[in-house]
Design a protein around this ligand. Sequence first.
Ligand code: ADP
Length: 307
Amino acid sequence: MTHIKHFDSLEEALVSLRGSGTGIKRADRVAGGDINEAYKLTLADGTFLFMKANARVEESFFAAEAAGLSAIAQTGAIGTPHVFGCGTDNGCGTDKKNGGRPFLLMEFIESGKRIPDYWEVFGRQFAAMHKAGTESFTRGGKYGFLYTNFIGSRDQDNTAHDNWIAFFRDCRLKPQFQSAARYFSPGEQKKAAALLEKLEEVLVEPEYPSLLHGDLWSGNAITGSDGRAWLIDPAVYVGSAEADLAMTELFGGFPRPFYEAYREAAPLQPGYEQRRDLYNLYHLLNHLNLFGRSYLPSVKRVIDQYI
Ligand code: ADP
C-alpha cells in the first residue's frame, strides 16, 4: 500500500505540492457531502485541489479515506481521485479546542458529460476492480483491510480473517447488532442471534477475494471530464464482491446495462439474489444506528426473511 502523506498545516501542504508562493486564491464550498465540509480550492497558479475538512473528526478519519482511495487507484481498474495527503490545520477559523482542523487533499475531478455507454463501461470497470489482486490490502488473513475505516461516521472493523463468512459475521453484522440492541425486544434479539448462527447456511465463500468500494450508492460515483464514473467516498475492504454489488441495489439500483456488463465480465455465483438482502442488512443496521428507528421496519423485514 502506498504511504499516505501527512502535512502539519494546509500551508505546508500547498508548498510541498505546488512550491512556495502558491497560495489559495479562492475556496468554493462544494455541496453534497453528509459529513464533511468540501471545497474546490483554486490556487494562485490556476490549478485546483479538492479539500475535505472537519474540525469534529480526528485526522485518522481522513487517513482512512485516503488509504481507501489509494487502494482503489492501485487496482488501476477505475477512476478515483489521486490523494495528495492529509493533515491538521491550526490556521484561523479552526476549532482550537479540538487542536485544529483535520483536512484531506485530493485531485479535483472536473465533471463532464457522460459517454453514451457510461453504465456498461462502469459495470465492466467495477468488475475489473473486483478481479484485481488483493494481497497488498490485508495482512495476516485474506479478508479485511490494513486499517480500521468508517462506514458513514461509524467505525468499520477490518480485522483480517481467512474465512469470508466469519469476517462478515464478526466484523460486519455482529458489531452493528450490538450497537442496535436497544431497538430490539428480547424475542427479536433471539432472532438476530439465530441469524448470526446460520450465516453458513445462507452465504457462500467467494471464488476469489475482491477489493470492495464498501459504500457504493449513486452519490458515490461522479462523472469525470472523460465522461466515465469515478469512485469517491469509499469504505474499502477485501471481501466478497457480492456485498458490493448488493449495496448498489439497496437504494433503487443502477440501470440494467451496468449489471449486464458486470455479470459478463465477472459472472456471479448461483443464488446471489438470495444472499443480497442479507448483505444489505449490514447497511440497514448501520443506518438504524446512525439515523434512528425509521430504519427498524426494514431491518426486521430482512431478519424475518432469513429466520
Ligand atoms: P462526505 O465525505 O461529506 O460524504 P463526499 O465525498 O460525498 O463528502 O463529497 C461531497 C461532494 O463533493 C460529492 O457529492 C461530490 O459531488 C464532490 N466531490 C467529492 N470528491 C470530489 C473530487 N475529488 N473532485 C470534485 N468533486 C468531488
